[in-house]
Design a protein around this ligand. Structure first.
Ligand code: BGC
Length: 772
């Protein structure tokens, strides 16, 4: 038989690719892996297999971690092969990780390397904006780069696994963890999920690629009443069409692990939900990585009320969760469960195999110290290049809500009164989940403004108020003194603080008020029922406005706040979230016009808490409110507020103004094999060059089920010089019109569609076509 040269070449190429990807010699990388793991598992005792399923947090009181005691509890467990991996901020040291890995490699019977993970959520030591801010940049390349940099820094410090991306769709800003999400939209959320997975994992071939973890599967962002850890309940249609897409996108992008959520889904906690973990995740989506429970997620199911310690352990394993984070219930119960016939050896084997596969793919069997390069830790973390990237994306994550009379940008020569409890603080710039960062490193806003103007006398500072008048409330969220805003050391009375601020305000040309939430007011276990700027700061803001000087509100927040009053009275509002390590310089860049703001919201800002949930991709109902009306009897609405959010999804101003032409379609009908091109011309009519996020929305006008009034289907971030115009085109394909129908089939249906293009989800130009 003759073999074609091209075939030989293809074989060599594939072999090369395989070796490269998995760092291993051989023809078929998957087969190599299967053989290797099968051989290893043959030698493993049942205890050692169960040990692989055990993920422990590095505790402050364990001698191995503190370096104080030999033969600590943890040390003994590792030697016995009872630990599969470890995580936690106490592992922030290559030396420590190497030492623990050495224990597994030198003193455990089978020398199976451990996984080392951490909540690297929006950067490692170089911190990027909180995810809700990152999303507002609408810049997928920059978001991917942020994950890439996080992976470089984390892996340089010994880690091979990050508990990110968090891809929970969230429409309830009371929930503190909205700060960690990409917002309310499934399409944008999916694009961001993919970018993050790419950034973290690459193809695992390099020692700076780390394993991503999609979380929290599933529906964690739909906690009732926005109360953290609360129950969720929704139709499968809503799950598939609105909440599942980002998880699925991250699975499709190849994410190697998934974290189960704390909440129940359809009456069964996600952690023990076989429909979710096996039917949807593995069978329907083809996920082939491993699933880890969330922190003590297994033992919490006793509180959920679905069984005792044995029952919940068995149900978790049987549902398809492979690794037990912290509760150690697998370790405690699975052997007995096996002996009593409650689980099979196959169940344990499958879970063990998936964890070993992850270790293999990461290259840990080849080199357990692949991530323990002390030299890298010295040279690849918190570098100038990483700062520059963080500063750039931070400045593009800020959202300009209002800028009347061109209050912004500010002149560098003016006299500025910088006021507010967040104006002269470092740690709070970083936002929630910045556990690997050095809290003393970020510049304060005061320092950054002074650096930017090059003259410290132009900028005078006064704190003006505490975060809130309620010190008991404040103590709840300032859980660690590193985030303190100095209440303890403050000698002045509230009135004295206010008077000092008013005094410097009266001598200034403009007041910059740095107000809002502190970092710990959002994030895990930080739900709020009142979304106003806290009381003391509102009082301060009102007093500052009474001076008659122009006021720029620089708003720090981890969630949408209710800003109805502020929007009416404050001339300029710049929402800066928590921008990470470079927050302060990035704010200076935007305030002084070195960067023209281009961030757009990925979550709606409600007018009041009663409107929640308010989101752009809602259903029309049979009684929609007539356009332009605030209230009509017997129409869906409220007596006391209209249905629109204060700032809609996709919204954000610029120092320049963009104008949109009408939408042009190149055809009025689309076939199943065809496509339609929609175009608009966008013109920069203002005086500044600027970036604009052009957004494409589609509405299915005639569905077999009710469909949202609009859904984001595409976007392009473009740059236009002052006076310049560009035509922006989107190809619309039948694939983009698909949704899950009543039988959960993913299809598109013939009928009429509305195409909407604009600079936010409210102000759009419309055209229509039919799908045949
Ligand atoms: C959070 C997870 C996190 C885990 C480990 C849990 O409380 O819900 O998001 O990854 O802790 O720190």
């Amino acid at each position: 038989m003759k073999i074609k040269p091209t075939l030989i070449f293809a074989c060599i190429f594939i072999t090369f690719l395989g070796c490269n990807t998995l760092n291993i010699k051989g023809n078929d990388p998957n087969k190599e892996m299967d053989n290797f793991i099968a051989k290893l598992m043959k030698e493993m005792t049942i205890e050692e297999k169960i040990g692989q399923l055990n993920l422990l947090v590095a505790n402050a009181d364990d001698g191995l971690i503190t370096g104080e005691a030999q033969n600590s509890n943890l040390e003994l467990k590792i030697k016995k092969g009872e630990v599969g991996g470890m995580f936690g901020s106490r592992l922030k040291s290559v030396k420590k990780i190497r030492q623990i890995q050495q224990l597994a490699m030198e003193e455990s019977r089978l020398k199976i390397p451990l996984l080392f993970g951490l909540d690297v959520i929006h950067g490692y030591e170089t911190v990027f904006p909180i995810p809700l801010g990152l999303a507002a940049s609408w810049d997928m390349q920059a978001i991917e780069k942020s994950a890439r940099i996080a992976a470089i820094e984390a892996s340089a410090n010994g880690l091979c696994w990050v508990f990110s991306p968090m891809v929970d769709i969230c429409r309830d800003p009371r929930w503190g963890r909205i700060a960690e999400s990409a917002g309310e939209d499934p399409y944008l959320g999916s694009e961001i999920a993919k970018a993050m997975v790419r950034g973290y994992q690459g193809d695992f071939s390099r020692s700076d690629n780390v394993l991503a973890c999609i979380k929290h599967f599933a529906l964690y962002g739909a906690a009732e009443a926005g109360r953290d850890y609360n129950t969720t309940d929704m139709s499968r249609l809503r799950m598939y069409n609105e909440y599942f897409p980002p998880y699925k996108a991250a699975v499709d992008a190849g994410a190697g692990s998934v974290m189960a959520s704390f909440n129940d889904v359809d009456g069964i906690p996600a952690t023990a939900n076989p429909w979710l973990m096996t039917e949807v995740l593995r069978k329907q989506w083809g996920f082939n990585g491993f699933v880890v429970s969330d922190y003590t997620g297994i033992d919490e199911m006793i509180q959920h009320g679905i069984g005792d310690s044995m029952e919940v352990s068995v149900r978790t394993l049987k549902a398809g969760v492979d690794m037990d984070m912290v509760s150690e219930y697998f370790l405690k119960n699975l052997k007995t469960a096996l002996n009593e016939g409650k689980v099979s050896e196959r169940d344990i084997d499958s879970a063990c195999r998936r964890i070993l596969e992850a270790k293999y793919k990461l290259g840990l069997f080849q080199n357990p110290y692949k991530y323990c390069d002390a030299e890298r830790a010295k040279t690849e973390v918190y570098t100038d290049e990483h700062h520059a990237a963080a500063r750039k994306i931070a400045s593009e994550s800020f959202v300009l809500f209002k800028n009347s009379k061109n209050t912004l940008p500010l002149k560098k020569s003016g006299n500025i009164a910088l006021v507010g409890p967040l104006a002269n603080n470092r740690a709070n710039m970083l936002g929630t989940w910045s556990i690997a960062a050095d809290f003393d490193k970020p510049a304060t806003l005061l320092e950054a403004l002074r650096t930017a103007v090059g003259n410290s006398t132009n900028i005078r500072y006064a704190k003006g108020s505490h975060l809130t008048t309620d010190s008991v409330l404040e103590a709840r969220f300032v859980r660690d003194k590193r985030w303190s805003l100095g209440r303890e050391s403050e000698k002045r009375s509230d009135t004295e603080m206010l008077n000092e601020a008013l005094h410097i305000a009266s001598q200034s040309d403009v007041i910059v008020a740095a107000l809002g939430e502190s970092a710990e007011m959002s994030g895990e276990s930080s739900s709020r029922s009142d979304l106003n700027i806290p009381d003391a700061q509102q009082t301060l803001l009102k007093e500052l406005l009474k001076t008659g000087k122009p006021v720029v509100l620089v708003l720090f927040t981890g969630r949408p706040l209710t800003l109805t009053w502020e929007n009416e009275h404050v001339p300029a509002i710049l929402n800066v979230w928590f921008g990470g390590s470079e927050t302060a310089s990035a704010i200076a860049d935007v305030l002084f016009g070195d960067v023209n703001p281009s961030g757009k919201l990925t979550v709606s800002f409600p007018k009041n808490v009663g409107q929640i949930p308010v989101y752009y991709n809602h259903k029309n109902t049979g009684r929609p409110m007539p356009k332009g009306q605030n209230f009509t009897k017997f129409r869906t609405g409220y007596l006391d507020v209209d249905n629109e959010p204060l700032y809609p999804f996709g919204f954000g101003l610029s120092y320049t103004q963009f104008e949109y032409s009408d939408v042009k379609l190149n055809a009025s009908e689309m076939t199943r094999q065809g496509k339609i091109t929609a175009s608009v011309t966008v013109s920069n009519r203002g005086k500044y060059d600027g970036k604009e996020v052009v957004q494409l929305y589609i509405r299915d006008m005639e569905g077999s089920i009710t469909r949202p009034v609009k859904e984001l289907k595409g976007f392009q971030k473009i740059f236009l010089q002052a006076g310049e115009s560009k035509t922006v085109s989107f190809d619309i394909t039948p694939e983009m019109l698909k949704f899950y129908n009543y039988d959960l089939e993913y299809i598109c249906e013939a009928g009429e569609f509305s195409v909407m293009i604009g600079g936010n989800s409210r102000d759009v130009k419309t055209a229509r076509f039919r799908l045949k």
